[in-house]
Design a protein around this ligand. Sequence first.
Ligand code: NAD
Length: 388
Amino acid sequence: MKVAVVKETAPGEQRVALVPEAIAKLTGAGLEVLVETGAGDGAWFPDGAYAEAGAAIVSRSGLAAADVILTVTRPDDALLAALRPGQAVFGMLNPLADPAFAADLAARGVTAVSLDGLPRTLPRAQSMDALTSQANVAGYKAALVAATAFARYFPLLITAAGTARPAKVLVLGTGVAGLQAIGTARRLGAVVSAYDVRPQTKTEVESLGATFIELTSVGPAAGAGGYARDLTDEERQAQQAELIAHIARHDVVITTAQVPGRRPPLLLTDDAVKAMSPGSVVVDMGSGPLGGNVAGSVPGETVVTGDGVTIIGASNLAAGMPSAASSAYARNISTLLLHMLAGGALTIDTSDEIQAGVVITHGGVVVQPATAALLADAPVHSAGGTSQ
Ligand code: NAD
């Protein structure tokens, strides 16, 4: 079976789906690995390193020979249009944000496997968890981006020229990225507070040396699978209003709040941003095509408000540390691919809990229940079964 790695084309995307170190495991399992020319350049993995590791370097047209295409994010339209029936594409395809895209792939007989559908709490799936590996990179980077944009020190600094008080950092949303941002800001010497609508994160926050903020106006809002649920309009307004006073007394706010398949919740309203002091910095990791956690944030851009608050629309921070992000992602995607092989061939079996989460389309049908439900606008139940 032939597996191909594409050169990512999304603006600012520097990552690559496989790094040279990951090739041997795949060739050892009997796979032939093709790598598009320059695929690893953005992450500092030259073609020669892939060739040395046993991959064949091919042009874009050479990808057509592959049975499985590996990508980081959703491929560009030209590549999608060139996919043929029976071919499979693996990546972080985010079908919940655009289920029609999945319907199109299904109609064309393409098998789509999306790593963002992985069941997160399954211990045997942890090495395949790309959302976690990329959120770790992004959370780390968010603290660094905030520190760079902030015009003061993060740590307490006592020098002959005076004493600098430590920066006060607030992290909103304490999943994987938020916890990594807390740890990194703490290591830089900031005083960190954090809040999440899932109160079970309190102990994790406190174990990192940060203070957990509890809101009185919003109750616990844990949803399925360890994720948060969408808040009601009343809860959302109460949360936004109560957060303002906390936001106003911080120098830096990093937001990471997400609810699967929904618009990211708005945590900093216009009023909250206005309440911040000039020179404050906000890093909105929720920023993306569906919106963001911060009023006025623009994905991929830095905006300075009339009141002197810098808002960074940090939509893809993992791409800003491409070597580490790609190495981790390569481990995730290659472990998943190997898990889905039987007798050297890709074998779809949605009775397997992992595959039931990640296989979006197969055999001309949208098989992943969450995506199918969005398309049908009604709950759909997975049937399970095996096919090759
Ligand atoms: P995520 O990216 O979906 O969301 C980030 C955070 O935003 C979450 O903590 C969520 O509770 C929070 N949030 C959502 N709406 C909010 C609101 N209105 N106000 C404040 N906070 C809000 O989360 P994630 O980092 O992908 O983690 C999701 C879950 O998966 C967590 O329970 C995590 O512990 C779990 N997880 C488990 C494993 C494992 O068991 N191996 C690995 C990774 C993640």
